[in-house]
Design a protein around this ligand. Structure first.
Ligand code: SF4
Length: 330
């Protein structure tokens, strides 16, 4: 399998929700043939709600056991491990030093710059925060993958008034971080990006450092209600079958492949379930996407809505201004 074949598999809608069932046997063969060890992964949760861990657990093909058996050698994942306190922290440090420049650091949750919000450990009386640990591990990791919108861009953890002064991992570390945003991220986005890092290195990224494979097009582009939008036929109430643009749908400014990949084992996605897209993969979510149930500004409605178009640039520049106002360095 070369990188082009792999990317085709990732983008084939028939693999929606079951990407891993296609990719993992290939990976298993790869590790057997190359005699390479499975890559070490450290999964750190800082702020956040564990939603991305739960999302990955929802993966059907592969299930979690297959992920752990075939895909990665996970050494630290607070959501899953039984070790606690000094024992767990010891594993964390030992792994990071032994696997320096080889391990993949996955971060779930934003980084609280007000560090007292995320004290995770005490070492010789000193409080150790999530920021301390991500700072240390971020320097040692080969790749850093931010999973979920909190880790990627601050997300709900950074919503106003943001008392914890939370920011995304990339803004915090000042090094290249691959973002798999979403509230939560789809299991395929996590697995697909991880596998790309393992086999082919960094995937091609868009301007917010997300893989083009999964975030290359807007939700709007392949939405099943797009023909209504194009004909100007809009739903008046939740539950109507037409385009939900006037009910506040943020699909035109949200990049993700939800319409074709769908969720929960290819069962449904928000628009199919009669709720407007709220833009959960976007930088600035949720503040920049609110009010959720009011249409995007009128002057933007006639703009083309594909990436790099006027509408997208307007959003991107609004978000950049907001980040600067919040004191986040570019
Ligand atoms: S505005 Fe929303 S509901 Fe309408 S076509 Fe676009 S993504 Fe679909």
């Amino acid at each position: 399998m070369d990188v082009n074949e792999y990317q085709k598999i990732c983008q084939d809608p028939q693999h929606g929700g079951r990407l891993g069932s296609v990719v993992l046997p290939l990976l298993k063969a790869h590790f057997q043939t190359s005699k390479k060890a499975k890559p070490t992964v450290i999964w750190i949760e800082t702020t956040g709600c564990s939603g991305n861990s739960v999302s990955l657990w929802n993966s059907i093909g592969p299930d979690l056991a297959q992920i752990l058996e075939w895909l990665i050698d996970i050494r630290y994942w607070n959501f899953l491990m039984s070790a606690q306190d000094d024992t767990a922290i010891d594993i964390l440090h030992r792994t990071a030093l032994q696997q320096q420049n080889r391990f993949i650091l996955v971060v779930e949750g934003a980084i609280a710059l007000n560090e007292e919000f995320t004290v995770v450990h005490r070492q010789e009386g000193r409080a150790v925060s999530g920021a301390d640990i991500v700072r240390e591990l971020g320097e040692l990791a080969r790749h850093v993958l931010a999973v979920g919108t909190c880790a990627a861009f601050g997300g709900p953890s950074a919503a106003r008034p943001n008392p914890s002064r939370s920011v995304g991992v990339g803004d915090f570390l000042g090094r290249k971080v691959v973002n798999a945003s979403g509230c939560p991220a789809h299991p395929d986005w996590i697995i697909g990006t991880l596998v790309h890092l393992l086999l082919f290195g960094e995937p091609e990224l868009e301007e917010f450092n997300r893989p083009l494979l999964f975030y290359g097009e807007t939700v709007h582009r392949r939405c099943t209600r797009r023909s209504f939008f194009d004909r100007g036929i809009f739903a008046q109430n939740i539950g109507d079958t037409e385009c939900m643009f006037l009910l506040g749908c943020k699909g035109p400014v949200t990049r993700a492949d939800c319409p074709v990949r769908q969720w929960n084992d290819y069962v449904s996605w928000p628009v199919k379930a009669n709720t407007p897209c709220i833009g959960c993969t976007n930088p600035g979510f949720p503040d920049a996407m609110e009010p959720f149930f009011e249409p995007l500004p009128r002057e933007q409605t006639d703009a083309k809505t594909e990436p790099r178009s006027g509408l997208w640039r307007t959003l991107a520049s609004t978000l950049t201004k907001r980040r600067r106002a919040d004191g986040v360095k570019d």
